[in-house]
Design a protein around this ligand. Sequence first.
Ligand code: ZN
Length: 337
Amino acid sequence: MDLTQSACSQMLGIPENAPLDEVRRAYRKLARRLHPDVVGGDSVRFSEITAAYNVLTGRCAAAKTQTQKASTTTPPRTAAEEAEHAQAYAEFRRRAANFRPANGSRAPQSAQSKVDPMVQTPAAEPQSVQPEVVEVPVSTVAAAAPRPSLWQRLRAKVRKAAPTHGSDVYLTMPVDLGTVLRGGEQAIMIQRAAACPSCVGGGDTRCVCLGAGRLVVREKLKVQVPAGARAGVKMRLGGKGNDGLMGRGAGDLYLLLEPVQIAGFVREGADLRGTLEIGAELARVGGPMNVPTPWGPLRLDVPAATRTGMKFRLRGQGLPVWQRADRGDLYLQVQVG
Ligand SMILES: [Zn+2]
């Protein structure tokens, strides 16, 4: 291989004694096309133009072959340049990997600059960012998630750094009959993320909270429930949700009411429907009898000639209407037996 100045210039398709800038531009253009990692690359020609480039940029003395270079005892300066070249090659591979159209304006280029943009150390990239625990799972154990992408990890970092408002907690709360009828206090165990008392949410990784800044706590809450609780009604307890990060405000606690079934009755809103069994004799002649209601037994005057299928309405003997000073009715369907 002829490695004279003129041969090298010819190989790169530039005039002899072309300025360094032009040598670099020509080499990069060819290298992008010929690199063995690129589709249609040519490893032989690539090594040739690389050798030519090295000669023209003064990295190797002219007319020295690769084997000679390898066998010579390398003075420190050459060793440094070798390293530089290896780096350039690594950089090239990196660029070829995310092959983008040339923009050529990545680094400031000046004629005096001795630093070849090709051999600049690539900007330090985050090699391994450990995913961080941002939230203590509150009610469910999070399933093993796939390893987060770099973007997600960076976002998680930002989210951790930024103080976050606490999230809301949702719970179902059973309500007993007495509370449905008259309202009252219901106790409930809740589980929520509370600010870590040891580091006060500071996120110290040596802390008992492992840097999450919060701990899952179980608390017994007493809740004042109004009368007439219906299934699906939501009660909001401001500030009783998960505590925020770094002293930020807590979320809210939402209690989804689940009142008990009332034995012997079907509930329709505030109204109740049931069956009333009346003896044949009483049904024929009529008279007083005790009927069960959620409020307790009630005296009812059965009219004479009562027949199966008749319906009695006991006004105001149903359930309280949620958040209204009003009551539903109790409907009883007669069954003469
Ligand atoms: Zn802590």
